[in-house]
Structures are given as C-alpha cells and as structure tokens.
Design a protein around this ligand. Structure first.
Ligand SMILES: [Fe+2]
Length: 197
C-alpha cells in the first residue's frame, strides 16, 4: 500500500480545529468521523493516516459556514491550501457536500471514489450513533448492531440523519450491518475522548 503525503501531523490538524472551533459537539463529530474512516481504511487495505485525516478535517470550515451553508465545503479550500493540502485531498473533503441542495456550487457533482463514498457514509452515521448513545445514557460500550439497525429504520429517530447517505457505503462493497459493527467499535475506541461510556 502506497502511503499518501500529508503536509501536517494528526496533532497539528487537531490543534487547527481546536483553535478554530471551541464547540465540543462539533469536535466530537470530527473525532468520530476520523475513527470510523480509519477503521474503514484498515478494512479496505487503504492508508489509515490519510483516511483518518480526511475524516478529522472534513468539516474544517464548519465554524464559519454553519450559518452560511452555501459556502460549506467551499471556504475549506482556502483553509486547507493554507496548511499545505493538495487539490486531491481538498476534492475529497468537498465531495461530502456533492448533491446537496444547500451548496449550489457543488450540487451537480457526483462522488466517484471509495474514499468519497466512505466519508459521506461515515460522517453521516456518526449522527445516528451519537444520538442513540445519548438516548442510552451515553453508553456505547454495549451498543449492538441490532439496536442501531432498529434506529436506522425508525424514521422518527434522528430525523435529520439522511439514511441514503449512510447506505452509500454499499458502493465500496461493505454491507450495512458490517458497517454498523465497524463504526460502533470505532466510536467505542474513542469513547473517553468524546464523553461517552
Ligand atoms: Fe460532517
């Protein structure tokens, strides 16, 4: 497996987010996305550091675009370039907004690569897992695939979580149940960092 170049270390990326983003809820989402992306890379035989970095930084412009959605995944270009990331990395980050009505500039684009399908599925699934964990008194340690599947099917649960984007993981040859198991385990691995148990 070829290691991809990254211009900064994981800790430097974490510090960039910390400096720009003091919101713990958002940081939790980044860390979960990172953990699930690393697990997916391991499973698919890809570069874990690179996939982890994509997960960690995918919403790097969120602090300035959450109230200005049309620029979400647009503003990030400047921020990522400033820190030395190349167009390839930036494009992957941007791809999680492809097809999204709120971002006209990216609406007509289509995700094509495994890392792009993985990112959108992973970052969307974090919402379901986290909401479910909170409902279970913050416990992810004994969360089951069966329980999560039930929540996935329940349209009234975490309504904002787009199930179709989670299903996009099938594009990389991973079944939904397998994805849930991998993701629960990944989040479990960082539970202390994100205030779950
Ligand atoms: Fe995100």
């Amino acid at each position: 497996m070829k290691k991809e170049n990254l211009p900064i270390t994981r800790n430097e990326a974490f510090e960039i987010l910390r400096e720009m983003n003091q919101n713990d809820f958002d940081m939790t989402h980044y860390l979960e996305s990172e953990a699930i992306m690393k697990a997916l890379a391991k499973k698919l035989g890809k570069d874990e550091d690179y996939w982890g970095m994509v997960g960690l930084l995918h919403d790097v412009d969120w602090h300035s675009t959450k109230t200005d959605l049309k620029n979400h995944c647009i503003h990030c270009v400047e921020i990522l370039r400033e820190h030395g990331f190349d167009d390839h990395f930036i494009e992957i980050v941007q791809s999680h907004a492809y097809g999204h009505d709120a971002v006209p500039e990216l609406r007509e684009h289509t995700r094509l690569h495994a890392i792009e399908h993985s990112l959108v599925a992973a970052e969307t699934l974090t919402g379901l897992i986290y909401t479910y964990a909170l409902m279970r008194d913050g416990r992810v340690s004994d969360m089951t695939v069966k329980g999560l599947k039930k929540k996935f099917k329940d349209k009234n649960f975490a309504k904002g979580v787009d199930r179709e984007l989670i299903t996009e993981i099938e594009e990389v040859g991973i079944e939904l149940g397998e994805f849930f198991e991998l993701a629960i385990n990944a989040v479990r691995g960082i539970k202390h960092e994100i205030g779950l148990k």
